[in-house]
Design a protein around this ligand. Structure first.
Ligand code: GUN
Length: 286
């Protein structure tokens, strides 16, 4: 078996063309121009490259974007003042603070200062809970992107054995919750799961989402034939090439569907961010 590749890149482009551009046109007719602001501290090169992709997708969809750069030395207090200015600016519908942040800044404080109606990352407690995405207005972007890429690939997770590796607040936990809402039988594996339990669960998985942040941790030999694999990780190897949390070559031999790195979950996260920005703008236009 050679897995079919789930191209997040292609799905994201289709969503922009078929769904997002028409929604922006409708807003423009009501004299609303959706706008996203990205706050970027310092010079982290990976962050800079993610931000370029966010600006590119925004432009493709017709969403305005602005990157506000500050030195890494900015104080927490000064940063919170900047966020409050954006909260009060009606021309801005979405704001995100690019992570990671320097150690002297408390991420939770930053996220809770963003007006939840402009929190298009979906990181706040208001948005990142009760994650039935049919209800939640601005769901966290990576989990939403994963659900969308499965749905657009014709995968129905209801009654399937879904295994999520990783229990982070912004990926593992919310994606598990979204899968539950869709009727999946969900197991979450994490650093405290005994290895034998994890090995057994991986063998039984029909859908596997890996979000552990460890390069090529999961190998095809651990999985069963026909499994659907979503790889959330992204890492740069010493030779400069990129890889995910999943060992692609061994896994594509057993999987029926697999998301690649790059070009898989990454573009789906970004398209979800732009969609959330449009949704936020629609709320103000209604
Ligand atoms: N850093 C890496 N991924 C993300 C993301 O989705 N949002 C923000 N704000 N920062 C990130």
């Amino acid at each position: 078996m050679t897995a079919q590749i789930i191209s997040g890149r292609d799905i994201a482009q289709k969503i922009i063309q078929k769904e997002l551009i028409p929604r922006v046109r409708m807003l423009n007719k009501k004299s609303v121009q959706p706008k996203l602001v990205v706050i970027f501290l310092g010079e982290n090169s990976a962050s800079a490259s993610y931000i370029r992709q966010k600006e590119k997708f925004a432009a493709q969809a017709g969403v305005a974007s602005e990157v506000l750069k500050f030195p890494e030395s900015i104080s927490e207090e000064e940063l919170l003042v900047e966020i409050k200015k954006i909260n009060a600016d009606d021309s801005i519908h979405g704001v995100i603070v690019q992570l990671p942040l320097p150690d002297h800044i408390n991420v939770d404080k930053v996220i809770s200062t963003i007006d939840p109606t402009k929190d298009v990352d979906g990181f706040s407690d208001e948005n990142n809970s009760d994650l039935d995405i049919r209800k939640s207005l601005l769901p966290p972007c990576t989990p939403k992107g994963i659900i969308t890429m499965l749905e657009k690939s014709g995968v129905n997770v209801a009654e399937k054995r879904v295994v999520v590796m990783g229990r982070s607040r912004i990926v593992g936990r919310p994606v598990a919750e979204m899968m539950l809402f869709r009727g999946a039988m969900v197991k979450v594996l994490h650093s405290k799961t005994p290895p034998q339990e994890a090995a057994q669960a991986l063998k039984e998985a029909e859908v596997l989402v890996v979000a552990v942040g460890k390069p090529e941790l999961v190998r095809g030999e651990q999985l069963s034939r026909g499994v659907i694999v979503i790889d959330v990780g992204i890492h740069r190897r010493e030779d400069g090439s990129l890889c995910g949390d999943v060992h692609f070559e061994s896994t594509k031999k057993v999987a029926s569907l697999i998301s690649p790195v790059p070009g898989g979950v990454g573009p789906m996260t970004v398209v979800s961010l732009i969609e959330n920005t449009i949704t936020a703008a629609e709320q103000t236009a209604n």
